[in-house]
Design a protein around this ligand. Sequence first.
Ligand code: KIV
Length: 268
Amino acid sequence: MAPDKVTVPEIKRMKEKGERITSLTAYDYSFARILDAAGIDILLVGDSLGSVIQGQESTLPVTLDDVIYHTRAVVRGRKRALVVADMPFLSFQISVEEAKRNAGRLLQEGGAEAVKLEGGVEMLETVEAIVEIGIPVMGHVGLTPQSLHRFGGYKVQGKDRDQREKIIQDALAVEEGGAFSIVLEGIPMDLAQEITRRLSIPTIGIGAGPHCDGQVLVVHDMLGLFDMYAPKFVKQYADLKGVMAEAVKNFITEVKEGRFPDEEHSFH
Ligand code: KIV
């Protein structure tokens, strides 16, 4: 396991050492404490909070203030993991100046140590400008959820030759801009393998197969807490929804039947 505190240079070194990188999303203090203590390398305060926390249909309604709020809670709960905060829709696309200010707010007000933003070639200048002011950037290419309507839905990207070449150029641009790592989402595994081989920065896959330098999942998906839809790439490592439902049913029954609270849980 990497040292006491995971840093941006350490994430880059992990690729050089051939050590795989683990990442999960986190949105609050309690989850962050559990994931951090279990040894996760990167806690990503993803704009997926729009779906799993806010119940929105996409990530588009998530605001910068939402991400700052959740990042603060996550930072309070972690000791070791690197905290990366997502730049939500419209927080970095309008102008390079706005992108720099908003990335800065995620560090200054949220306490994040790095930011993530979606996009490739068209974001090269933005990535460069943010990195230049000392803010580490994680890129994100392939099936980028903020471009959902351009794609016509959450569809695997990079299936034909043109798309494939575009995603390779996007990944190369993100690296050229100075990003320290890049998320590859929803692309064929051989494409992810090729990008991982061509880039010197670590690739973190989600729905991109086994050949990336690391893997990320939405924590609610892998713990079985969110069952609105189940993408093929999600492996469910627990059924916490079932565990919670059972616990809540037991509570209801015991209260209704007058069995809770009992002597043990009462004061004299
Ligand atoms: O918002 C998010 O959670 C993400 C990851 C799943 C990569 O972008």
